[in-house]
Every structure is written in C-alpha cells, then in structure tokens.
Write a protein that binds this ligand. Structure first.
Ligand code: 13P
Ligand code: 13P
Ligand code: MG
Ligand code: MG
Length: 389
C-alpha cells in the first residue's frame, strides 16, 4: 500500500473528579464514533486512550497530515462528547481545551493537541505513542535528546551503522514561530542552548540524518499562548518510530527511566518529576485504554507509552510499555522527588518562576495588594505601621 498517516488528536474535555481522570463513558463514546468512521472508510484503524484527564484519539488513514476530514472528525467527537457526556454529568472543566467555537478545517490553534506523521510503512513498523498529563510539550525535550543523541541511553548510536551518522532535530520556538534545524551529535551544544528552555523551545520532529526518514513527532500547541490566560497545561502527545536503524523500543523507553523535572502539575504552576505510569485498564474489545489518574497535588506529572506495530495501517496492539517492574524503581524515585519537592509548598523553584505564572490567576492576587513607594515609607514608617496614612 502507499503512504499511511498516523494522527493523534488529543483534548481535555472534562475530568472526574477535578482534573484527575477521563470518564470511561467519554472514552467509550469516542471509540463508538471512531468505529462508525472506520465503517464509512474515513479511517483505517483507531484506538482511544487517556492519560490523567486527557483523551487521545489515535487514528490511521490515507488522507495525509492536516486533513480537514480527520481534524473535523476529532473536533466533532470532542464537541459531541462535551455536550452529551461532560456537560450532562457536570464533569469538571467540560470542554476545557475547546477554545474556539467554529471549526475551519484544522484543529491547530483551537485547543486540542495534534501529532501527525505520514509514513511509508517499513517491512515491520513498530511505533510508540506517548502521552503526558500535567505538563507541557517541552517535557519531552530531554527524553527525545536522550533517545536520539545520547549513546549512554541508545547504544545503537555507537553500534548500528544505520544510526551512526546521527539525527536532525527540528526545534520550534513557540513564542517567535521560528524553526531551528540542527544536526546531532555535531550541534549538540547548540541544541541544548535551545531545548534547555522547554517552555519555549520544543523538539518537534526528529529525522534520521542519512536519508531524512522521519523518526518522531510531538504536539506543540501552547494553550496559554492561544487563550492568553491559564486554561490548563498543554499536555502533550507524540509518536516515535522504533527499530531497524532507529532507536530500539527499549532505548526509547530507557529515555524515560529517569523521572526528570518538568513544568505543570497543580494549577499548571509547579515543577515536578515526570513519572512513567502504567495504564489502569486496556479493553481490547472496545479499543479503549484507560490511563492512570492524576492524584497527589493533581499529579505528579506523568507519561504513558503504548506500543503498536502497523500493518497496512492497522494498529496491532497496544502493549502497555511502562507496565513492567523494571519501571517500579523510576516510579519510586518519582515518588521520592514528589515528596521532597512538595515540602517547598508555594516557594520557587517548586512553584514556577514569574514568567510562567503570567497566564495563571496569580497576577490577579498580586494586583489586589496595596503598596507604599519605598521612599515615602522610609520617611516615616511609623505613620504607615500605625495605619495613620
Ligand atoms: P478552579 O478550581 O478555580 O477551577 O481552579 C483550580 C484548578 O484546578 C485550575 O485548573
Ligand atoms: P490539566 O491541564 O491537566 O487540565 O490540569 C489543570 C490543573 O490545573 C491541574 O491542577
Ligand atoms: Mg483538566
Ligand atoms: Mg490534563
């Protein structure tokens, strides 16, 4: 067959309770709607899964990236599920990520997150789909660097001649709309000069240098930049291809073994460890995979990984890849870091720096505080202290 497009379109359209989880009814609704679309021939295959309060629609089709049909299908499902389920059940933040009213052909810039990749299926096409909750797209910067550029994570970079030349990183500056194309390992220090600021620079796509085969794609929508205020974090999704001249499945997963600190968590305003989590339940007959709940302090931030192999666009799987005792130790470290950093309460660096708080409700609190110009205060501070001025 010709080219296949893998699309993940994701939104938070209401949580139960608070921002912790997606209602299974929402997932079932989406799965039924996608089954209809499959029957009509619009998509080849699909799977619905969640992580925390975010629902992802994974679809395969032949319509290419940015297809109005596929984006429209996802948008309609989110809208209908918001009306029929979130609003009726009064789920928290019903329709949270649907920032615009009218659909005009593409969900980009409208709230949902999008990760899409059109590919030529290889003789075997293993893919890993990742989704995180309570964080932002830049949370994947470090693991992506590790899997595609760090030989201590991916020994294939050293051992496999197919990968030995390295990879090309496409990095997006989400504030200025600039794209940087940098080769690793040659430009490694430049890569870090950018991606060390994950709230601004995002590793969007990675290509194998020798033949420009696209190896990964991450969603880059920044809700706050679209809405101009805090409307939840931009919980990201991504697709990574594995094996045969690309990082092995285990090298990709290895990049998540260290639960690094990311921005998000409670009220999108705190730093915390990104914990690799297993799914709560996979229900193959309904094609839904129910993800973990975000609990302690609405978190900690978490990531799930589902493995599939594609055959003519059909999604064989999923395999819940963090459902393994090998990741218990990473989770333990994440729990330890959670407990440690939580004791800082509202203090930085647990609480995010002021620039990141710009879009939250903190500026309102700050604006309501009365102050005295320092010079006046110094002249007669007792007047102010006694409340006489
Ligand atoms: P509200 O309870 O006011 O919605 O805010 C808390 C929160 O969860 C932020 O999204
Ligand atoms: P979400 O971005 O996952 O909706 O979480 C918002 C929040 O405020 C959590 O405390
Ligand atoms: Mg939410
Ligand atoms: Mg979320």
């Amino acid at each position: 067959m010709g080219k296949v497009t893998i699309s993940i379109i994701k939104a938070d359209i209401g949580g139960i309770p608070g921002h912790s989880w997606v209602h299974p009814k929402t997932l079932e609704f989406a799965s039924e709607r996608l089954a209809d679309a499959q029957k009509k021939g619009l998509i080849i295959d699909y799977y619905v899964f969640s992580c925390g309060d975010d629902m992802s629609l994974l679809m395969t089709h032949t319509k290419g990236e940015n297809s109005p049909d596929i984006h429209g299908l996802a948008w309609d499902i989110f809208k209908e599920a918001t009306e029929n389920i979130s609003k009726k059940l009064k789920l928290y933040g019903a329709g949270q990520d649907l920032l615009k009213d009218t659909f005009s052909g593409n969900v980009r810039g409208m709230g949902p997150q999008v990760a899409e990749m059109e590919i030529e299926e290889r003789p075997s096409e293993p893919i890993i789909v990742i989704a995180a909750d309570k964080t932002e797209p830049g949370a994947f910067n470090l693991p992506l660097f590790r899997m595609f550029a760090d030989p201590f994570t991916t020994s294939g970079l050293v051992i496999d001649p197919e990968m030995h030349e390295g990879f090309k990183f496409e990095i997006l500056d989400v504030y200025e709309g600039r794209v940087y194309l940098l080769d690793v390992p040659e430009r490694m220090y430049d890569v870090f000069a950018l991606i060390g600021t994950p709230g601004r620079y995002i590793v969007r796509r990675v290509y194998r240098k020798k033949d420009l085969l696209q190896a990964s794609v991450i969603s880059v929508e920044r809700l706050n930049l679209i809405a101009g205020k805090y409307v939840g974090k931009d919980d990201p999704v991504g697709i990574i291809r594995a094996q045969h001249g690309l990082p092995a499945v285990g090298e990709i997963l290895e990049a998540f073994a260290y639960p690094h600190l990311v921005a998000g968590w409670m009220r999108g305003s705190h730093t915390g460890p990104l914990m690799p989590c297993k799914m709560e339940k996979v229900i193959p007959e309904k094609k839904i995979a129910i993800g973990p709940k975000a609990t302690r302090f609405d978190g900690p931030p978490r990531v799930v990984a589902l493995g599939f192999v594609l055959h003519d666009g059909v999604l064989e799987g999923p395999v819940d890849l963090f459902d393994d005792p090998a990741f218990d130790y990473s989770r333990l470290i994440a729990e330890f870091v959670t407990d440690y950093i939580r004791r800082m309460g509202p203090m930085m660096p647990h609480r995010l720096p002021p620039e990141e708080m710009e879009y939250t409700t903190l500026p309102k609190v700050l604006a309501s505080l009365k102050f005295i110009p320092q010079e006046e205060y110094e002249k007669d501070r007792w007047k102010y202290l006694r409340g006489e001025a």
